[in-house]
Design a binder for this molecule. Structure first.
Ligand SMILES: [Zn+2]
Length: 458
């Protein structure tokens, strides 16, 4: 009997000692609710005092598993006739992604439900584990949320690009990726000249801004075309049409007069940069859809790094922390090293990090094969290599584009995208590289895009 007391006493001591590393494990989150893994662990410790020593080790390892989702925006595409019928993913040298593809589960995922628009917002909603058929109501509301712009009753928002039109044709949907500082100065002038209690322009990043309109909800019905869908085309036939389009056309026309002799444009012209000749309104949205918090749905604390407002908006709508890492941009100048190191450091505090890279999509929109390949290679060399070596036994990784952006058409398509699930618990599915064809070849097809999150963390 005495022996039993000693045994129970020693068990308690050991539990107390073991409680420390476990606390450290969930540490920085302090008193916040435990994750699903730690819930299991606590329940086991309480209910069966003799078993936990063995189970504890196993569960501690399980509890230490962290997750990373790497979204390489628009990285997939179609075979390029001028490049031997190969896609950019096939043309790129990607030893790290290929090694992960060989070891992990590779397949195709439908991120854009049939009939829905293949926007990053819609596709990324799937990737983050939310069904766009339930939660997606247009992308500009999500961007607005990312920029901290409130949308109240009777208000609607539009994406407002600063574009360049030359000889009546769409010269640049981004006016040559104007800098954020210059973009803000132009938007401030537009607000001063065209703003009112009904119309307000909000500055975003580079050429991407938001226009909010009050008391004209019929403009939601106007038919608008994204400027990146009409490179070099005559703009007349693509101006907003139908109900409520009159105000949109008027604002776009009046913006030309405000921007024409603007000092920012004069300086850009003098440097040989593309000027911003007008604003282009599209992607209308009404009120922001309510989404349950990621923690509530998946039991994990997540953080995200991205250079674009749309991802920051999605993060805010799902309660993910938005990391502010210096050097992270939406272009080819993105600091991949800083982005990855920042994300991996955040894994000390969070269960999951989402790394979103935009440069691949931007190059595809611009029709630049070389740039797209270079961006894919940078992701492989600077991001994926670090994920591979971070901690082999403790990191589960999902790598995928949100949607495909074929160079040939320079815009998004709803094709299913290739993905890799890599890390403890995932076994090889026969792929040799991370490409569209290899992913198709495994026969592993996931129809419900949003279910991929469950597969990553199950
Ligand atoms: Zn895009």
């Amino acid at each position: 009997m005495f022996g039993l007391y000693i045994y129970i006493f020693s068990l308690q001591i050991r539990h107390k000692q073991l409680a420390l590393p476990f606390t450290e494990l969930i540490g920085a989150r302090g008193l916040e609710p435990p994750t699903s893994a730690s819930r299991t662990l606590r329940a086991t410790n309480c209910a069966t005092p003799r078993l936990p020593m063995l189970l504890y080790d196993a569960l501690t390892i399980e509890a230490r598993v962290k997750y990373c989702v790497l979204i390489i925006d628009g990285a997939s595409g179609w075979p390029l006739a001028a490049h031997g019928g190969r896609t950019c993913l096939e043309l790129a040298h990607t030893p790290n992604m290929d090694a992960m593809a060989k070891a992990g589960a590779v397949g195709l995922l439908r991120t854009v439900p049939p009939g829905m628009e293949p926007s990053s917002a819609c596709a990324c909603m799937s990737v983050l584990g939310y069904d766009p058929q339930v939660y997606y109501q247009g992308r500009s509301a999500i961007e607005a949320r990312g920029m901290g712009v409130p949308i109240n009753k009777g208000e609607i928002v539009f994406r407002c690009n600063l574009v360049a039109v030359r000889n009546g044709r769409m010269w640049s949907y981004s006016c040559g990726h104007i800098s954020t500082g210059e973009g803000r100065a132009l938007i401030a002038s537009l607000n001063e000249k065209l703003g009112s209690d009904k119309v307000h322009f909000y500055p975003g990043v580079s050429y991407r801004h938001i226009c909010k309109i009050k008391g004209k909800e019929d403009a939601l019905l106007a038919s608008c075309t994204p400027p990146h869908d009409i490179p070099d085309k005559a703009i007349d036939e693509f101006l907003p049409k139908g109900p409520g389009s009159d105000l949109l056309r008027e604002l776009m026309a009046r913006s030309e007069l405000v921007l024409r002799d603007h000092p920012v444009n004069m300086e850009r012209g003098a440097r040989g940069d593309i000027p911003a000749t007008m604003v282009w309104l599209f992607w209308s949205s009404g009120k922001i859809p309510d989404m349950p918090a990621f923690k509530e749905v998946y039991g994990l604390d997540a953080a995200i790094t991205s250079g674009v407002d749309i991802m920051r908006g999605l993060a805010r709508m799902t309660g993910m922390r938005v990391m502010d890492i210096s050097g992270v941009t939406g272009g080819l100048d993105n600091d991949y090293v800083a982005q990855t190191i920042g994300a991996l450091e955040a894994l000390g505090e969070y269960d999951m990090v989402v790394i979103h890279v935009e440069a691949t999509d931007e190059s595809a929109h611009a029709g630049l094969v070389k740039d797209k390949i270079e961006a894919i290679q940078s992701v492989d060399k600077e991001v994926v290599s670090r994920l591979r070596s971070w901690n082999r036994d403790a990191l589960r990784v999902l790598i995928l584009p949100d949607h495909s952006t074929p160079i040939k058409i320079q815009t998004h398509v709803a094709d299913p995208v290739p993905f890799i699930l890599w890390g403890p618990g995932f076994t090889a599915s026969g792929a040799k590289r991370f490409t569209e064809a290899e992913a198709k070849g495994t026969g592993f097809f996931v129809e419900e895009g949003y279910s991929i999150m469950g597969r990553l963390i199950e």
